[in-house]
Design a protein around this ligand. Structure first.
Ligand SMILES: *Cc1c(COP(=O)(O)O)cnc(C)c1O
Length: 373
């Protein structure tokens, strides 16, 4: 079945107790045993499992084309569980411009547990090959990257990882399974911050990990989820599944709007550079075209006049909201260097835009007036 049908029907079931078509939210923390002590419905205790979480996991498992999925209380809880599934002394290769929270967990948390990490520009496959060691167990990919929207060839990275006996994990937050299905391209595990496009309305924090195979590393991920307990609430699972129903249609609109905004910005005299993989001539354009269905809803732009020029534009937008995060209905604009802190390599004149679902003409008009001084 196609992705729209999977999004609508995945994890779908009419409530057997009431006939409710929209599933109820199961807040109960515990579930009754049969007289013989068994659990006929399969649920025991809500840290271990919950019907709303099971439905969410089933939908995302199906949309990503994997065998198993585990939902978490945040994207970082899921990504951290993937690292915690490894062993002390294992080595991970990750992109230099990986999501800053992922870098912080590798450098700050997992290093204390003797998990070793090397950061490389993963768009350069030779650098990746050189970073591989006999102890490398995992190559972590994130594409499109943040905030420069660099594109990494997932199939090529997965092949390099597999040649060395390592797993390929892909953070698919910015593409979603609507635009890109890393497991089909050879990745072993997909991770998401469902706080972004999957939630899509800026009102729920969550994460999910989907594995191509139920064996291998996935049982360790499930163990961290259930035993360490970084699980989403039933209401958050319900909200997420409700949002995922419309994900394919929202993603299409995000992409169409982003393409229009990118084209406008690329032609504006105050704009030095636009980073959007959908623009022909961008370094990742051809790979993006081959591994993505559309080019995504994120773009970045360098404004003339340095930091002050960029800050000025962000201060004058009326429709675009100055806020971090991405993937929500409303368009967000952000000066990235200031949120990434002193270690940031992001240019000081760069603004990142999460293009929302307003009418693209209104977004272009707003950016147009913000760029005029
Ligand atoms: C936001 C984000 C995360 C972290 O997710 P949280 O839900 O904030 O914990 C991880 N990866 C990417 C690409 C993100 O954008």
């Amino acid at each position: 079945m196609e992705i729209e049908t999977r999004a609508i029907r995945g994890g779908d079931s009419v409530d057997p107790a009431t006939g409710a078509v929209s599933s109820p939210i199961h807040l109960s923390t515990t579930f009754e045993r049969a007289p013989d002590g068994s659990y006929p419905q399969g649920y025991i205790y809500s840290r271990t499992d919950n019907p709303n979480r099971a439905a969410l996991e089933e939908c995302l498992r199906d949309m990503e084309g994997g065998e198993s999925a585990a939902a978490f209380s945040s994207g970082m809880a899921g990504i951290t569980a993937v690292f915690q599934a490894l062993s002390a002394g294992d080595h991970v290769v990750a992109p230099r411009d990986v999501y800053h929270g992922t870098a912080r967990v590798l450098r700050g948390v997992m290093s204390r547990w003797n998990l070793d990490a090397t950061f490389v520009d993963m768009t350069d496959l030779d650098l990746l090959r050189k970073a591989m060691r006999p102890s490398t167990r995992m190559v972590f990919v994130e594409t499109p990257s943040n905030p420069l929207l660099k594109i990494t060839d997932i199939a090529a990275v997965a092949q390099i990882a597999h040649e060395q006996g390592a797993l390929c994990v892909c953070d698919n937050t910015r593409a979603t399974p609507v635009l890109q299905r890393p497991l089909d391209l050879g990745a072993d595990i997909v991770a998401h911050s469902s706080t972004k496009y999957l939630g899509g309305h800026g009102d729920v924090t969550g994460g999910v990990v989907v594995a191509a195979q139920s064996d291998g590393l996935f049982p360790n991920v499930r163990q961290v989820q259930q035993d360490a307990g970084s699980v989403p609430s039933p209401f958050d699972c319900w909200l997420l599944l409700r949002s995922i129903r419309t994900l394919p249609y929202r993603m299409r609109a995000h992409c169409e709007n982003a393409a229009k905004v990118a084209a406008f910005l690329a032609s504006h005299p105050k704009v030095l550079e636009v980073f959007y993989p959908g623009l022909p001539g961008q370094p990742g354009h051809e790979v993006a075209r081959s591994q993505m269905a559309m080019f995504g809803g994120m773009l970045s732009v360098r404004i003339s006049g340095g930091r002050d020029g960029a800050f000025g534009v962000a201060s004058r937008t009326r429709l675009l909201t100055r806020a971090t995060s991405l993937g929500s209905c409303e368009s967000l604009i952000e000066h990235r260097a200031s949120i990434e802190g002193s270690a940031s390599e992001t240019p000081d004149d760069l603004l990142r835009v999460s293009v929302g679902l307003e009418n693209a003409d209104d977004l272009v008009a707003d950016l147009g007036q913000a760029l005029e001084v």
